[in-house]
Write a new protein. Structure first.
Length: 477
């Protein structure tokens, strides 16, 4: 006899007895299930992927069978559902997650898949559990006599046909030999045609960037008519996903004692921050990640992950002391990353790390940008044509063509603090308050003119000076 099956059957009996004697508990679980289902709607696949990663899965299969109206997710993790895992399914708000405690790590998103399901089948640890609204309805009918059912429905002003019994509380259970996958979850949505578009839409968001911040998962296989593979290789701070390379900068630490969760026994609640810098320009990923993308716009040229205190839908930041603290640490990580990059080849990259395109009002309200703005003023991160970095107050800027010209004729010694061209960067220099000394620039241009050896160089300089003077006249200086 399978001991785990016996354990689950005992839990089912306990739950049924509890519901029969305390129908309020049943209604509470039912309402909480609906609340969680609505809160996490739109993020079902992300939540399922998070569960796979928590199970230490290296490989995950995501498969949509449009003909059979079935969505399946399977993983090869070394942690199948055990007593704690199954118990967390049967009891709403009870999570079995025991990994390092991070802010926002609640483990409640699994219930979001109820909104898709006619029935859900979980195969794990040589067991097969089936949940459905039909099963829940039958349990409601069998548990109470008609008078009690009418009373429950009337007291809560429900429709006469209502069956307020939690979807995931009581499964049908049988022994089932597991296949190649440690855990497989199948969701049938035959009677819910609108679900198909939602699933297809969520699958379309599974870009390679979602592998950047997962702790364990290195491969996602997506089958939706055709097969798509996302593969990650990690080596120290470097991550390669398919053909793209990323460098990761990380900060992982515990909260100070005054910000620790008062209900946490071990007082070791952590926060984790990561910055991913790609070797190619990224498009349409300007959202803050908390393992997966939220709806918090952060227009930096890097991808930012943080274990933030998110709202119930895991898409927006709460206004909290913890988030303000973590955002302060994020600003410090961005600044330190910028400093680290100044040790590489001189470029605009250090400034690009800090150069946000606009302010997110939520982050601004949590005082995120002040430290960033101060650092841009104070750090030596502005690249000059003599291949050194200087502070904003110590550089001059004419225009990109002039900078490229000075480097081409090898006259950097005349303009050592002239900024490099921004043509291969995303920097818009008009936003920075340069303190150019026009008379000094003109004086050095005259010296340069006398040093030129060819007529073509002189003609080009005249054109560049004309462009500069027009800029001066237009009061760009």
């Amino acid at each position: 006899m399978n001991g785990l099956k016996t354990f689950i059957e005992e839990q089912i009996e306990l739950t049924l007895n509890e519901y029969k004697t305390r129908s309020d508990r049943m209604i509470s679980d039912f309402n909480r299930e609906i609340e969680l289902m609505n809160d996490y709607n739109g993020r079902q696949i992300y939540e399922l992927l998070q569960n796979c990663d928590d199970a230490k899965a290296k490989s995950v299969l995501i498969e949509l069978d449009e003909g059979e109206k079935t969505f399946t997710i399977a993983n090869d993790g070394n942690e199948p559902f055990d007593e704690k895992g199954f118990k967390s399914l049967l009891i709403s708000n009870l999570t079995s997650k025991v990994k390092k405690s991070y802010i926002g790590n609640k483990g409640l998103g699994f219930r979001s898949i109820i909104s898709w399901a006619d029935y859900i089948i979980i195969e794990s640890n040589n067991l097969r559990l089936k949940f459905s609204r039909e099963i829940a309805s039958k349990n409601f009918e069998n548990l109470f006599d008609q008078e009690t059912k009418n009373k429950i429905i009337d007291e809560r002003n429900l429709s006469k046909n209502a069956k307020p019994f939690p979807f995931l509380s009581i499964p049908e259970i049988e022994e089932h030999k597991s296949d190649l996958w440690t855990t497989k979850i199948s969701i049938n949505f035959e009677s819910k045609p609108n679900v198909l578009n939602d699933i297809i839409s969520q699958i379309s968001t599974l870009r390679e960037e979602i592998l950047l911040f997962l702790n364990n998962t290195n491969e996602i296989i997506i089958r939706n008519g055709e097969s798509k593979f996302l593969k990650r290789f990690k080596k120290g701070k470097l991550i390669t996903i398919n053909d793209n390379k990323w460098e990761i900068f990380e900060l992982d630490d515990t909260f100070p004692s005054d910000l620790q969760d008062e209900q946490s026994k071990d007082k070791d609640e952590h926060y984790n921050l990561k910055i991913a810098i790609g070797d190619k320009k990224i498009n349409n990923v300007n959202f803050l990640f908390s393992y997966f993308p939220t709806k918090i716009d952060v227009p930096f040229p890097v991808i930012i992950h943080g274990t933030f205190d998110l709202n119930s839908s895991r898409t927006q930041l709460r206004k909290s002391n913890k988030n303000e603290f973590v955002l302060t640490k994020l600003a410090e990580l961005l600044i330190n990353t910028s400093k680290d990059i100044t040790q590489e080849e001189v470029s605009w990259k250090p400034l690009e790390i800090l150069n946000y395109q606009s302010k997110n009002p939520v982050l601004d309200e949590l005082n995120f940008y002040q430290k960033i703005d101060e650092s841009i003023q104070e750090l030596e991160i502005f690249p000059c044509i003599d291949n050194t970095y200087r502070k904003l107050s110590d550089v001059i800027q004419v225009h990109d063509d002039f900078s490229e010209y000075i480097e081409r004729v090898h006259k950097q010694s005349l303009f050592p603090n002239l900024l490099k061209s921004t043509k291969n960067s995303n920097i818009e220099l008009s936003k920075f308050p340069f303190q150019n000394n026009i008379e000094d620039i003109v004086y050095k241009i005259n010296i340069l003119s006398n040093q030129l050896e060819t007529i073509s160089d002189r003609v080009e300089l005249i054109a560049l000076v004309k462009k500069f003077l027009i800029m001066v006249i237009n009061m760009n200086y």
